[in-house]
Design a protein around this ligand. Sequence first.
Ligand SMILES: [Zn+2]
Length: 150
Amino acid sequence: MTYRSPVPYHVERMHAAAVYCSDGRVGEHFDDFLKHGLKLPRYDRVALPGGPGCLAGHTEARLEQEGVIGELKFLTDAHRIDRVILIQHEGCAFYGHRLGVDDARMSTLQRADLVRAAFQIRRVSSDINVEAYFASRDDSGMLFEQVQVD
Ligand SMILES: [Zn+2]
């Protein structure tokens, strides 16, 4: 099978990366937010279950944390990224299943983890600007709200 994508290819890089959960139900929302909300059409993607939750020092995700830090070091060197966007999403299965967090305290922990993740990323390079968002469902789509991480 062969498929030709009609999407134009651009050589220029955005020098920005987003770290978010790989949950397929929210992928298009994240892409829409980054492309249109933040005007970053060709941002680098670091997607894995839990997203920034894997950078918050949880022992259950120790190996993932090492992996993501390694990826961000690579992107800093090879793609010269200087901006990282972290996104958490409502009802993330990484928190419910992997960490055993109940719904009542999930979003509080996710927001606190954004601060912890931002700290870890700044240890990779102090030149990286980190910003963070929390995505929640609303009637017809998803709402992205900025979370202070400095
Ligand atoms: Zn998730």
